[in-house]
Design a protein around this ligand. Structure first.
Ligand SMILES: NC(=O)c1ccc[n+]([C@@H]2O[C@H](COP(=O)([O-])OP(=O)(O)OC[C@H]3O[C@@H](n4cnc5c(N)ncnc54)[C@H](O)[C@@H]3O)[C@@H](O)[C@H]2O)c1
Ligand SMILES: O=C(O)[C@H](O)[C@H](O)COP(=O)(O)O
Length: 320
């Protein structure tokens, strides 16, 4: 008999279909992933979840026979990976297959923010151009040749740097280690990187250590001509301070795909016109979601067949 699988949190139906075709999966997502059913708690070997869903010690301890937690997503900040690994439970995620999409959106947001594309679109659609005439839309800011600071030069950060290099920008970055590219300027201080940057693009994981990494000091250093782009995790940015900084024009603007209390976004932030807000959709294309679903399925299958896992969460860098 195949291993018992629980669906702990939201995953797309294409992944459910893949799993259900071959295995038996119990849907606990609607009950917020919690059950008291002894049979499920004693027999579940595989949990499928997403990286933001809370899979902490208490939940892990409820399962007596859990062997694999398969995360639909590259980020695994919701999962207590250290505790799972201590208990001999393996964790997999979906790195790589979503890198292009997240980088594409990051670059798209940067350009849309700087050239004020959403505002310009509304200006034409709502008849303002016809009403006010030629030259009535205010000038925007240039992207080509600017200075871009990447916070976290991993898979996604590097893909953003590569794309932006075609715009002749100067790339600076902070990372846990220097990368092998002499064209990129390494900064050991995030405040110095922010001072250097016209655009600061956040690409680090939402681990505890990175909570409010982008804080008052960093935003002050970014300054009135600087803009923030965040496509990583909402927890990395002090959203309350950022909102004030945007209101007071301490920074020029922000483009955010992720928020501290998703899906809640404060009225203050939503009402600003120097922000672009998207609903955590950086990896949400049909093509990428299909590849992510397949990778979760392949990891589950490798586990069931006793083969090496395809994309285990790296042992060297765990959420504490
Ligand atoms: N918006 C979305 O839908 C979406 C989609 C995919 C990924 N993400 C987020 O993007 C994150 C990055 O993904 P990735 O595949 O590039 O991961 P990655 O592990 O390849 O890269 C992360 C990089 O951040 C660096 N880093 C970590 N903490 C740092 C710090 N304090 N200062 C400087 N550098 C630091 C690491 O050295 C690493 O190079 C994920 O963890 C996830 O949270 C968001
Ligand atoms: O970490 C990730 O991979 C992303 O945040 C993930 O792709 C987003 O998934 P969602 O929250 O849209 O289900």
């Amino acid at each position: 008999m195949s291993a018992l699988i629980v669906k702990q949190a939201y995953i797309p139906s294409m992944l459910e279909d893949l799993i259900n075709k071959q295995y038996k999966m119990i849907d606990l997502a609607e009950a917020q992933g919690i059950t008291d059913n002894e049979e499920i708690l004693n027999n579940t070997e595989i949990m499928i979840t997403n990286g933001e869903a809370k899979v902490g010690k208490d939940l892990i301890d409820k399962y007596n026979n859990l062997k694999l937690i398969a995360d639909f997503g590259v980020g695994y900040d919701g999962i207590d990976v250290n505790y799972a690994v201590k208990k001999g439970i393996k964790v997999t995620h979906t790195p790589g297959v979503l890198t292009d999409d997240v980088a594409d959106l990051g670059v798209g947001l940067l350009i849309a923010l700087s050239r004020e594309i959403p505002k310009a679109d509304k200006f034409v659609k709502y008849g303002k151009w016809q009403e006010l005439g030629m030259g009535s839309f205010s000038w925007t800011h240039k992207v080509s040749g600017s200075r871009v600071g990447i916070v976290g030069m991993g898979r996604i950060g590097s893909a953003i740097a590569k794309r932006l290099s075609a715009f002749d920008v100067t790339i600076g970055y902070c990372n846990q280690s220097k990368v092998d590219n002499e064209n990129y300027l390494y900064f050991s201080s995030l405040v110095d990187l922010a001072s250097f940057s016209d655009f600061l693009v956040v690409c680090v994981p939402g681990i505890k250590e990175n909570c409010h990494l982008i804080n008052k000091n960093v935003l002050k250093a970014l300054g009135a001509s600087g803009a923030l782009i965040n496509i990583s995790r909402g927890s990395v940015v002090d959203e309350e301070y950022l909102t004030g900084a945007l209101i007071n024009k301490e920074i020029r603007g922000a483009a955010l795909d992720v928020f501290e209390h998703e899906p809640y976004v404060s009225d203050k932030l939503r009402n600003l016109d120097n922000v672009i807000l998207t609903p955590h959709m950086a990896s949400a294309t049909w093509e990428t979601r299909k590849a992510m679903a397949q990778l979760v399925f392949d990891n589950v299958t490798a586990f069931i067949q006793g083969k090496e896992l395809i994309t285990p969460v790296p042992e060297c860098f765990k959420v504490k």
